[in-house]
Design a protein around this ligand. Structure first.
Ligand SMILES: Cc1ncc(COP(=O)(O)O)c(C=O)c1O
Length: 449
């Protein structure tokens, strides 16, 4: 590691070089991008990134759960370089190359039971589109059930499923597809304020007694699509009985179950996919983000007997790009070779360290995690559990100025999703920076209410 002291803030960010780039970006790039603070990347290594003014930060965002192997893992870089000097593109939809078949074979084995096939995409939203199209193709049905708080992407099919923030949908209607939204079981804020042990009951009753009886005939519903842990919606962890009972319900009506593992997948929770902690088997799995260590790649995995669409029914130009495939194959090696195990052990450590802060900080409402996917929610007070977005935003901002990159999600949650190569000492440093920033803000908490 070339950096002796991390983090290291040399110039109050944004420094002069960062300011110039931000200015140009604001002039020429779409204003729709959501940047919480002006971090301007120059380079990265492992869990450390440097900005253009020489400030050095701990990255606890992983480029939004993408860089599970860390920034510029030398073996991934080598695989990319090697493939880039061999051939960069050949359109896997029209021609063959072994990288594509090799990667499909490796991915098809990840669910661990039964026969699976792979369709390659370039992003999360495109994986969701593919999953929706396949579900309609297989079932001949039109409708979908999705969850309030869900984020599945922003193209028209996935946007119809997304229901985490109204701004994502405003003035983009009418929506395509027929989607029925139902409450996600959120034990911290159960729908209808039922006792938290009943929140799965509420969701399943809602689906059966309201959606399937009153708004959508079961034989019109192609699939239920669900995140095993809601991501953009606020790192909401459902109760353990949720996925098994949802699977039983979909089986009862012959409805497919699509699991969106775009944010939770590829080893981040300590297993290949987060649903694997629940013991169920889905029908289709949507994957992207962490699959290729930062190269744009995604896929769906579908049970082989479902992937029956004929030649020409669905394809794309860039899916399974050979450079991305080379990065993905190396990513799989690294995850299998110890990083998933690190996600488990260091994830527990990070979660416990953050939970320990609850004694000192009354604004921390909850800390929950699975592997290195940890969410910490700030609230106005622990009894009423009212979200505290202004405090959350201020703390995230102050962490940035102290050399720690974090991202919010939901109304009031902060996500801690470092690369799986993160060191224990880096976790200690991050927790200390976060605690210090929160302490400063809590001193003036009234100001943010
Ligand atoms: C669970 C989930 N699904 C789908 C998407 C969309 O992925 P992309 O931004 O690559 O289109 C995201 C992105 O954050 C996500 O978290």
């Amino acid at each position: 590691m070339p950096y002796e002291k991390v983090p290291l803030i040399r110039v109050e960010p944004p420094g002069p070089k960062a300011r110039a780039i931000v200015e140009k970006d604001h002039r020429f790039c779409s204003p729709s991008y959501t940047r919480p603070y002006p971090f301007v990347m120059a380079r990265g290594e492992g869990a450390v990134v440097e900005d253009v003014d020489g400030n050095v930060y701990l990255d606890f965002t992983s480029g939004v759960a993408v860089l599970n192997t860390g920034h510029c893992h030398p073996e991934v870089v080598q695989a990319i370089q090697r493939q880039a000097s061999t051939f960069v593109h050949m359109a896997g939809t029209d021609f063959y190359y072994s990288l594509m078949a090799d990667l499909a074979e490796r991915l098809a084995r990840l669910p661990g039971e039964g026969e699976w096939r792979v369709f390659f995409t370039n992003s999360g939203t495109e994986s969701i589109e593919a999953a929706m199209k396949l579900a309609r193709w297989v079932t001949g049905r039109t409708d979908f059930i999705a969850f309030y708080g869900a984020f599945h992407g922003r193209t028209y099919g996935s946007l119809a499923l997304t229901a985490s923030k109204a701004v994502h949908k405003r003035r983009f209607g009418p929506s395509v597809g027929v989607v029925h939204h139902v409450p996600y079981p959120n034990p911290y804020r159960p729908f209808g304020q039922v006792p938290q042990e009943h929140c799965t009951d509420v969701t399943l009753t809602f689906i059966e007694e309201y959606t399937l009886k009153r708004t959508a005939h079961p034989e019109d519903v192609a699939a239920v699509i669900v995140e095993p842990i809601q991501g953009e919606g606020g790192y909401v962890f459902p109760p353990p009985d949720f996925l098994p009972r949802l699977r039983a319900l979909t089986d009862k009506y012959g409805i497919l179950l699509i699991i969106d593992e775009v944010q939770t997948g590829m080893g981040r929770t300590g297993r290949w996919f987060a649903y694997q902690h629940s013991g169920i088997q889905p029908d289709i799995i949507a994957v992207a983000k962490g699959i290729a260590s930062g190269l744009p790649l995604g896929c769906i995995l579908a049970r082989s007997h479902l992937m029956t669409w004929p030649m020409g029914a669905h394809a794309n130009t860039f899916g399974a790009n050979p450079v991305a495939c080379a990065a993905a194959l190396k990513t799989l090696d690294l995850l299998q070779g110890g990083l998933m195990e690190r996600a488990r052990t260091l994830g527990n450590y990070l979660r416990e360290r953050l939970q320990a802060l609850m004694d000192r900080h009354s604004t921390i409402g909850r800390v929950e995690g699975l592997g290195l996917l940890v969410g910490l929610e700030l609230v106005m007070d622990r009894v009423r559990r009212e979200p505290f977005p202004a405090l959350r935003d201020e703390v995230v901002h102050r962490c940035f100025r102290r050399g720690l990159l974090l991202l919010g999600c939901g109304d009031s949650t902060i996500r801690f999703i470092p690369p799986l190569v993160v060191e224990k000492e880096q976790i200690d440093t991050a927790v200390a920076i976060f605690s210090e920033a929160l302490r400063e803000c809590e001193g003036a908490a009234e100001k943010y209410k």
